[in-house]
Design a protein around this ligand. Structure first.
Ligand SMILES: Nc1ncnc2c1ncn2[C@@H]1O[C@H](COP(=O)(O)OP(=O)(O)OP(=O)(O)O)[C@@H](O)[C@H]1O
Ligand SMILES: [Mg+2]
Length: 282
């Protein structure tokens, strides 16, 4: 294939834009009896987590602080393999691949994660380099890398930051850059740990629009957020409590569980029977 047409074939618009007609046929995520301990003899941060997701599905993960949301993200992304003391049991299959039984190169293109604290993942000297890192490591042709970087910068509205050092950015800008770096990898499964919590209204709207678009085009998205309003457009909610999966289903299916766990939290969101989100005391 000529370089130019190869580049066009691989460019972000086309690759992210592949419509998946068989969306429901393939299990994109299968988590089976997953448990996790950060150290031998330590408490279980995850207890028997079991769920499945279809391709093109978006799940929101909710639950109080410390319930295991970030631990689940870490396990789903394959990052748990780098904690030498950690003990994981159970199985995680992404598009049929057991990511802990393949080498790093096996799972890397399958999943991308934005960590809760973007400072832990940004390492380049400029925003542009940060976003180019994944496609460069996929050994894509240079014009394809440039095209991807431009697409991602424009998609997330951060083109004006391209020359900036990531450590000089605001928290919200850092989250957008970390998300951009993952989008440039273009994995089929995206794990996002509180990516919207530092964004202003315009930034949230932009990210929501991008996530809707990606979902429609077959990406499978797991997004942790504390603010139910930010993830109300997800297909399903996974509610966690004390390391366990308490409920998984539509907002309506999980309404009682969500209200029960958040009731004691002043200022947290409650869900009315009409599925309206309101503050406690409203
Ligand atoms: N590196 C670590 N070493 C040991 N224990 C940890 C580590 N990180 C998290 N934990 C523990 O694992 C449990 C789950 O933590 P986790 O960060 O997954 O919660 P979370 O639901 O993401 O909370 P938050 O909403 O505050 O981000 C907590 O009890 C926490 O103290
Ligand atoms: Mg967390």
């Amino acid at each position: 294939m000529a370089l130019r047409s190869y580049s066009r074939y691989l460019n972000l618009k086309n690759r992210i834009g592949i419509p998946m007609n068989d969306k429901k046929a393939v299990k994109a995520v299968e988590v089976k009896k997953l448990t996790y301990q950060y150290r031998p003899g330590g408490p279980l941060a995850l207890k028997d987590i079991d769920f499945r997701m279809n391709r093109g599905e978006m799940a929101a993960v909710a639950g109080l602080s410390g319930c295991g949301k970030s631990t689940l993200c870490m396990c789903l992304s394959g990052a748990a393999r780098y904690n030498r003391d950690g003990i994981m049991t159970g199985e995680i299959l992404l598009n049929g691949k057991d990511i802990y039984r393949t080498g790093t190169t096996g799972h890397a293109p399958e999943v991308g994660i934005v960590f809760q604290n973007p400072d832990t993942q940004l390492f380049s000297f400029t925003v542009e380099d940060e976003i180019a890192f994944a496609p460069e490591n996929l050994c894509l042709p240079p014009d394809c890398i440039r095209e991807r970087v431009e697409d991602v910068l424009n998609l997330l509205g951060i083109a004006h930051l391209r020359e900036e050092h990531p450590c000089h950015l605001s928290g919200g800008e850092k989250s957008l850059v970390a998300l951009g770096a993952v989008l440039a990898l273009d994995p089929p499964v995206l794990v996002l740990d509180e990516v919207m919590c530092r964004l202003d209204t315009a930034g949230k709207k932009r990210v929501k629009d991008v996530l809707r678009k990606l979902r429609d085009r077959g990406k499978t998205i797991i997004a942790v957020e504390h603010n139910m309003d930010d993830i109300a457009f997800a297909d399903r909610i996974i509610v966690m409590g004390e390391g366990k999966l308490l409920c998984s289903g539509t907002i309506q299916d999980c309404r009682r569980t969500i209200n029960a766990i958040y009731r004691a939290e002043p200022g947290k969101l409650l869900l009315s029977p009409e599925n309206k989100v309101g503050l406690i005391g409203d």
